[in-house]
Write a protein that binds this ligand. Structure first.
Ligand code: HEM
Length: 415
């Protein structure tokens, strides 16, 4: 680890922008100027550790190309410092095979087809009422407990909404919810890059405990199915092994829990800072759908992903050699001036905001996108309708992660 860090620092001094991306703490707080620099140097920038793109055309084409695949075991990539990619490698987790996120077709096609059978856009749309009701309940509770003092919007609202919904989808009994939240928040950094060994151990332990509990849970659902989606999956799909089910449940928890919280937190902060745009939403509630798209574009909750070139290929006219590990800077692609006019401006009226890549593209396109959009819209609309004078009441604290972008703390006065 030490050697890799020194090499990274040296590369950074020599102007290697990718090394800067992964090791400069200032970049975590504000990566956007660096994305612009990377984009200005060309569509694909090759550094000493990996290649990167912040071009919308190249990012989209890479994600959709079958010449690229996800990396099942990053530690097998010789060029990468191991600490950069350390992830639980033996435990079945959200980013380890057979998780959908970590396998390529044809295995991917099979899992995705099975899960899509129960995770349909229709089933998601049917959840809108429940999401809204839960948002109201959470606000009631936050208001009651705040007694007029500032409250942390992240821990009291933005994080509780998605995790409760995912717990309901997975049929987790109410008395297990707080344990479930604890596992989820401990395990979620697995989605991030560059965990230290100590972080990795903590994450790994939480995932093992979750898997163990989940095994018993699957057995219960097989005996007494509920009306949750997981019961359907367990019942309908005798085709899935225990391990495959664990991977799916773990992925749904991590993906559904640690991403939408950032959409809600980032959105609340952006709208509090842009009162004129908030006033427009008050005048026309139909604007919320597009506002959520612009929040996803402007402050993408998942800032990057990566793909490995499986053979020599070309993306958007750029030749790429087999074995190239390409960091796809989603947050950079979403501010590409080739696609978005005046990209550094937050504008809920932008007509093509939906062209963002915040949910990725191609075969791994976010399975929960419809649900995330519903959660984002309901959570933000209800929050601002109820508290028209919502205001920041303290210093918002960004999460210290590079892949996930959001707040760990956002103190507000409900007003
Ligand atoms: C995949 C983003 C919410 C479930 C992805 C990917 C991204 C993403 C970028 C693909 C990564 C890649 O291509 O390497 C987001 C964002 C969300 C969100 C920004 C919220 C704002 C959710 C929710 C769920 C979910 C609520 C489920 C309840 C999944 C699953 C995959 C995935 C299962 C893997 C799909 C596959 O590999 O085929 N998400 N996600 N996500 N997401 Fe989401």
């Amino acid at each position: 680890h030490g050697v890799a860090r020194v090499a990274m620092k040296r590369a950074r001094k020599q102007g290697d922008l990718q090394a800067t991306l992964f090791s400069d703490p200032a970049v975590r707080a504000n990566p956007f100027p660096l994305y612009a620099q990377i984009r200005e140097r060309g569509p694909v920038l090759k550094g000493s550790f990996l290649a990167a793109t912040a071009s919308h055309a190249v990012a989209g084409a890479t994600l959709r190309s079958d010449a690229f695949g996800v990396v099942a075991d990053p530690s097998t990539l010789p060029a990468l410092p191991r600490w950069l990619m350390t992830r639980p490698d033996r435990t079945i987790g959200p980013v380890t095979p057979p998780s959908m996120l970590a396998v390529n077709p044809p295995d991917h096609t099979r899992y995705r087809r099975l899960v899509s059978k129960v995770f349909t856009p229709r089933a998601m749309a049917a959840m809108r009422g429940r999401v809204g009701e839960l948002a109201d309940d959470l606000l009631d509770r936050a208001e009651r407990e705040s007694r007029g003092e500032p409250v942390d919007l992240v821990s009291r609202y933005a994080s509780l909404l998605p995790v409760t919904i995912i717990a309901e989808i997975l049929g987790v009994p109410t008395e297990m919810r707080s344990q479930f939240i604890a596992w989820g928040s401990t395990a979620a950094p697995v989605l991030d890059i560059g965990l230290t060994y100590r972080e990795f151990r903590r994450v790994d332990r939480a995932i093992r405990e979750l898997n163990e509990w989940m095994s018993g849970h699957f057995a219960r659902l097989r005996r007494e199915p509920g009306d949750d989606l997981l019961s359907q999956l367990v019942r309908v799909e005798n085709e899935l092994t225990e391990t495959e089910l664990q991977a799916i449940a773990g992925l749904l928890l991590a993906a559904g829990f640690e991403t939408t919280v950032n959409l809600i937190g980032n959105g609340a902060e952006l709208l509090m800072q842009n009162e004129d745009q908030l006033a427009d939403l008050r005048a026309d509630a139909n604007g919320w759908g597009n506002a959520v798209e612009e929040i996803l574009r402007y402050e993408s909750p998942v800032q990057n992903t990566a793909r490995l070139a499986l053979h020599d290929t070309e993306v958007a006219g750029v030749p790429v050699r087999a074995g190239t590990f390409l960091s796809v800077l989603i947050g950079g692609a979403n501010r590409d001036p080739e696609v978005f006019d005046d990209p550094e401006r937050f504008d809920i009226h932008r007509t093509n905001a939906r062209e963002h890549l915040a949910f990725s593209s191609g075969v791994h396109y976010c399975l929960g996108a419809a649900l995330a959009r519903i959660e984002g819209e309901e959570a933000l609309r209800r929050l601002f309708e109820r508290y028209p004078n919502l205001a920041v009441a303290g210093r918002p604290l960004r999460r210290p992660t590079r892949t996930l972008r959001g707040y760990v703390e956002l103190p507000v006065r409900l007003g």
